[in-house]
Design a protein around this ligand. Structure first.
Ligand code: 13P
Length: 262
């Protein structure tokens, strides 16, 4: 974590919580953070609910002026047309989404998303003023064969082909073997890959933009391990899955500075 980058704590709900549950959760999260006098300068907080919840979350956040950002878990590479089941970035922008997750490993593996599609989705997000939270990460086999950085670095290069990163970007390093396994990467490992990713950003988009871009770690992040990740120079926050569905746990992760003495 560097002083000039505001830490970013993002909750990827995956396919959990319907819109009624989302309203209750977001309301309680806002209360919990207000109670704890959470300072937005300590960490920006964002939730990534399923598509069907976004309108409800938007209404709640706007009505109560909650200090929470939100976004979608995916978007179409196309803007409109005969793409049954897809959701356009234009629709997400209309719902005031600030962010959109792109290239999550579950989309890459379960839905066969290629680097080219991820690249097209990053461009689609930018067309609609959305900030991609671009996920990269190696599998256990990749780790064994190529080390930790090679695959994430290659994925980042491919995703940013022809992209103006100045239009907004968050990168999330999520080793596939750490997702939902309870076996997080070590802070040192996360730092090494985050530094390599920042190096690629510097090469592609310049030092200044690289220094301003937040790089998150994701994979079995919990309240007990968040502080150690954020002590690393190039890790600027976390993309949290399972623990983002537990109000106390997520709220504690957001308040990593106060609670765990980072
Ligand atoms: P877990 O925090 O459940 O390991 O999930 C991480 C993740 O995939 C966030 O996008």
């Amino acid at each position: 974590m560097a002083v000039n980058r505001t830490p970013f704590i993002a909750g990827n709900w995956k396919m959990n919580l319907d819109h009624l549950q989302a309203i209750a959760f977001v309301q309680k999260l806002a209360w919990s953070l207000a109670d704890a006098k959470h300072d937005a300068a300590d960490a920006e907080v964002a939730v990534f609910p399923p598509f069907t919840d976004l309108r409800s979350v938007q209404t709640l956040v706007a009505a109560d002026d909650l200090p929470l950002a939100y976004g979608a878990q995916d978007l179409s590479q196309h803007d409109s047309g005969a793409y049954t089941g897809e959701v356009s970035g234009a629709f997400l922008a209309k719902l005031d989404c600030r962010y959109v997750i792109i290239g999550h490993s579950e989309r890459r593996t379960l839905h066969g998303e290629s680097d080219a599609e991820v690249n097209a989705k990053v461009k689609a997000a930018h067309r609609h003023g959305l900030i991609p939270v671009l996920c990269v990460g190696e599998t256990a086999e990749d780790l064994e064969q190529h080390g930790a950085s090679a695959v994430p670095v290659a994925q980042l290069r491919a995703a940013l082909e022809g992209v103006d990163a100045g239009k907004g970007l968050v990168v999330a390093y999520e080793p596939v073997w750490a997702i939902g396994s309870g076996k997080a990467a070590t802070p040192d490992q996360a730092q090494q890959v985050a530094a390599a990713l920042r190096g690629v950003l510097a090469e592609i988009a310049g030092e200044e933009l690289a220094a301003a871009t937040r790089i998150l770690y994701g994979g079995s992040v919990k309240a007990v391990n968040i502080a150690a990740f954020l002590r690393e120079a190039d890790v600027d926050g976390a993309l949290v899955g399972g623990a983002s569905l537990d109000l106390d746990e997520f709220s504690s992760i957001v308040r990593f500075k106060k609670h765990v003495g980072a």
